[in-house]
Design a protein around this ligand. Structure first.
Ligand SMILES: *Cc1c(COP(=O)(O)O)cnc(C)c1O
Length: 403
């Protein structure tokens, strides 16, 4: 094989993607992230597709904290954690996020993708088993692949299949069993039934671990996450055993991930987790800003409350406009179009009308389940949400999606 034939094959693959309409184009934004963004051509758009749930991505207090951390702790550390990449603020953030979630300790990663990628292999071996929801995030699937434990998959959100798979794992003689689920599933806004899952895990002596990327900061009455929402955070103590999550969504949206759990779990991850041992430490600006985010959220539930009020408003208004949405309460609002081409046309027309949304279709969602996914933010004003719904109504009528 020559470089030429190699590159020709890649070109063929790219063309095949394009021909199938699967190429993902990147739109260029020339403003900070926010309820409204400005494109490179100067056009303003109401933004309904960021993970900026709490509106913290360009929040003045968060940006000021990032700048202060650069001034006091520098720009970068040029080291992994265990050589010379651990500052006082890294230790503080680990303690603070652990306390926020109701667990003993936490470990930081460059991303939640790495937290999930480095979770399973150090903790579980061939004698153990992992029981995973069929729709778990790609990073969980990859993390499980890197681990020698026996793998079992239960049908998405299906509690009787979960129990059945646990029985199979136990019958096969598993030493330890870990059940893993997304706390909230990103394509549907489905909230895992952690209370039922905890009871099933207890019956089978299994650990329960969750990925809280679409929950930390705003689910539950004080925003601690899905475990709080489902009643598994009592007197500030989590009865979910292990929680992974991100600083790259609601908590400021820059980057960084974490795993929180019992002391021994976190200590072993520090010794053995490969993305932690072999990748650079989190930049001080992100650490300082993340501490400020936790100050904000521990001081007031105002942002979380606004987010849920905005979500209820948008869900009611878009349904009244004639759209079919997946029922629920999460700020992820899947607007069902079913047809992939229609979903893309709807997103394209909305862009012309000044509303930024993304269409999702196979293979990101099942065949025939194409949708436009809206994500509501605390930063949206009711007026922005109403204008977006009016645009949805107009575009939907033009395309024959709604009457
Ligand atoms: C976004 C996401 C991740 C990855 O988070 P990063 O910090 O961006 O790597 C992992 N799991 C789930 C469920 C996510 O939604």
């Amino acid at each position: 094989m020559s470089t030429e034939t190699f590159l020709a094959r890649l070109q063929d693959e790219l063309q095949a993607l394009d021909a199938a309409g699967l190429t993902k184009a990147e739109r260029v934004i020339a403003s900070p992230q926010g309820a409204e963004v400005r494109l490179a051509d100067g056009r303003p758009l109401i933004n309904l597709c960021a993970n900026n749930y709490l509106g913290l991505s360009a929040h003045p207090r968060v940006m000021a904290a990032a700048q202060a951390a650069i001034a006091s702790h520098g720009f970068g550390l040029s080291s992994v954690r265990f050589i010379c990449g651990t500052q006082d603020i890294h230790k503080q953030l680990e303690q603070r996020i652990a306390r926020f979630l109701g667990l003993d300790d936490a470990i930081l990663y460059a991303a939640a993708f790495d937290a999930n990628g480095g979770l399973f292999e150090p903790l579980l071996g061939e004698q153990d088993a992992i029981v995973s929801d069929a729709l778990n995030h790609a990073s969980i699937i990859d993390g499980i692949r890197l681990c020698k434990a026996q793998r079992y998959r239960y049908r998405h959100d299906d509690m009787s299949d979960l129990a059945a798979q646990l029985q199979v794992a136990r019958a096969a003689g598993a030493r330890e069993v870990m059940v893993f689920t997304d706390g909230v599933f990103s394509m549907d806004g489905t909230i895992a039934r952690l209370d039922e899952m905890r009871a099933i895990c207890d019956r089978h002596g299994a650990l329960l671990a969750i990925d809280e990327c679409h929950a930390t900061g705003f689910m539950g009455t004080t925003g601690r996450g899905t475990h709080e929402h489902r009643g598994l955070l009592v007197d500030g103590r989590s009865s979910v055993d292990i929680i992974t999550g991100t600083f790259g969504k609601a908590l400021g949206g820059a980057s960084g991930g974490f795993t929180a759990g019992p002391k021994a779990v976190i200590e072993l991850l520090r010794q053995r987790s490969r993305p932690y041992l072999f990748s650079n430490t989190l930049a001080p600006a992100i650490v300082g800003a993340s501490l400020a985010v936790l100050d904000l959220l521990e001081g007031s539930t105002a942002l979380r409350d606004t987010l849920h009020a905005n979500t209820a408003h948008f869900r009611a208004a878009i349904a009244a406009a004639g759209y079919e949405i997946k029922p629920g309460t999460h700020p992820i609002v899947p607007i069902m179009v079913y047809d992939a081409v229609k979903a893309q046309q709807l997103a394209a027309r909305l862009l012309e009308l000044g509303v930024y949304v993304t269409g999702f279709f196979y293979p990101v969602v099942p065949q025939g389940q194409a949708r436009v996914r809206v994500q509501v933010s605390a930063a949206h004003t009711v007026d922005q949400l109403d204008r977006a719904v009016a645009a949805f109504a107009q575009a939907g009528r033009e395309l024959g999606i709604v009457r």
